[in-house]
Write a protein that binds this ligand. Structure first.
Ligand SMILES: Cc1ncc(COP(=O)(O)O)c(C=O)c1O
Length: 469
């Protein structure tokens, strides 16, 4: 399901101060060249961006969409399967896939048909449709959790679960992994400083209270730290991805999940696994693939082929405790839910996605492509003697600028090099390939082909050859 592929080891190519094995001056020079190529090729995208800047900060509908390599973001004309075409008519292989929202491939016909059908007969009703129970049953069979609720995003699912955990345990704090990301959930924007104190993570915009008041932070894979924090008796829930995927990929070490489970059980803490990204490991995420036993699983993004949706699944015990402790009269104002949550359109999209798109058969095709991508990149690293490595989790793989895979979020974050990443993304774009903007990650959809993967390998080989020349 997952694997670590190492680069050739320490320090071979070129004297550099950054520790990446490449010369930063070369990175700057190549970036300038690639920016010029990009701007010349995408004049219509550039013009659309100029127009958009007059009415939107950064010329984008949401600030994240400004964080692309290149002088301006591409403007998309159409997208289908694993490809999209920009406003200049250039076609791209999409290995970003909406940062997982389109892990299904863009606009899969089954989901489009289901959404069109449902849109014509009611979009949102504040009443259940038949699809709701079908989706819940499908998720139960995949994740082994018997009770489900639906939201509009993975962020909402995490937010709601954190509230329930506090409510059920009467405890104030959440335990997360350093350098985690779980959506815009206030409690999770915390990090550890060099002295081990909980501080706001860099860029945390307007925290309502200092995160140290709500959150404890440990390094991923550090069992002793989890034990220490849980023994304070203050932790309502542990909220973690089963493998970290938002700071590069950090895989769990053998025994980590068993320890998390037994420690949380021992201390009466709710164990929440966020499978929003790790669904790439298989039809039931890592929960099924690695036989994990969380109290709660949260999901979102690809679950509806990109139609806004989220979900959380609970054990019978958690669901029962919620049922017994929340008054019917108060459910609409308690801080869990929303008028559009669980709407008919999202549920139709989720039903089609689960039953016809992200099927076990689809994963059987996606996982070998993940391996092919990782092996291709590892081969290039070995050929070019660059001290980087590749890590893979199912249909998701990533290279990082350090010789060995990280054990913790802190180690993964330390391997970051934004200028180098920008160059690699930009040169990929100029070779017709889109990577996930926030790190060097590729995601393979049911519609991705071996040729798509090999195209990336060839483009990666070409830019690395120039970088280390
Ligand atoms: C693990 C994880 N959980 C939750 C989220 C939040 O997803 P959304 O922004 O769609 O709510 C993300 C987003 O990247 C994520 O990576």
């Amino acid at each position: 399901m997952s694997g670590r592929l190492r680069g050739p080891g320490a320090g071979v190519a070129g004297g550099d101060a950054s520790g990446t094995g490449v010369d930063p001056a070369r990175v700057v020079a190549l970036t300038e060249r690639e920016e010029a190529v990009f701007a010349a090729r995408h004049q219509r995208c550039g013009a659309l961006h100029e127009r958009a800047r007059a009415s939107m900060p950064g010329g984008v509908p949401m600030s994240w969409m400004a964080k692309w390599a290149g002088p301006f973001p591409l403007s998309v004309a159409t997208a289908s399967g694993s490809r999209f075409t920009c406003a200049d008519g250039v076609e791209f292989v999409d290995l970003c896939l909406g940062d997982t929202g389109a892990m299904t491939g863009h606009s899969p016909p089954a989901a489009v048909a289901a959404v069109a059908r449902q849109a014509a007969r009611g979009i949102t009703l504040m009443l259940p449709t038949e699809d709701a129970a079908v989706v819940a049953e499908e998720l139960t069979s995949r994740f082994g959790l018997p009770q489900w609720q639906f939201t509009l995003s993975a962020t909402d699912a995490n937010r709601h679960v954190v509230r329930y955990a506090r409510h059920l345990t009467g405890r104030p704090r959440v335990l997360v992994a350093d350098a985690c990301y779980h959506g815009s959930v206030d409690e999770t924007f915390a990090t550890l400083d060099r002295e081990g104190r909980v501080v706001p993570r860099r860029g945390n915009i307007g925290p309502p209270v200092p995160p140290s008041a709500t959150t404890s932070v440990v390094q991923f894979n550090d069992v002793a730290a989890v034990e220490r924090e849980l023994s304070t008796g203050e932790i309502a829930c542990v909220l973690m991805e089963p493998a970290m995927t938002n700071v590069g990929i950090v895989l769990p070490e053998p025994g980590y999940h068993e320890a998390l489970r037994s420690l949380t059980e021992q201390h009466g803490t709710v164990l929440v696994l966020d499978e929003t990204h790790t669904l790439c490991a298989g039809p039931g995420g890592m929960t099924a693939a690695d036989r994990l036993r969380p109290d709660v699983v949260t999901l979102g993004k690809a679950l509806g082929s990109g139609v806004p949706c989220g979900a959380f699944g609970m054990t019978a015990e958690v669901a029962d405790r919620v049922r017994r402790s929340v008054e019917l009269e108060d459910v609409d104002v308690g801080g869990v839910g929303g008028t559009l949550a669980g709407n008919a359109l999202s549920l139709a999209a989720m039903r089609a996605t689960l039953q016809q798109v992200l099927t076990p058969d689809a994963f059987a095709g996606m996982l070998p492509l993940g391996a092919r991508w990782a092996e291709g990149v590892a081969g290039v690293l070995a050929d070019q003697q660059v001290p980087w490595h590749v890590t893979r989790l199912g249909a998701r793989a990533e290279y990082a600028f350090a010789p060995v895979p990280p054990r913790t979020g802190r180690e993964a974050a330390a391997a970051d090099d934004f200028p180098l990443q920008t160059l690699l993304h930009l040169s990929a774009l100029n070779a017709g390939i889109l990577l996930t903007p926030f790190h060097n990650m590729a995601l393979l959809a049911p519609t991705t082909t071996a040729e798509d993967v090999d195209r990336h390998t060839a483009a990666f080989a070409a830019v690395l050859e120039e970088l280390v020349a």
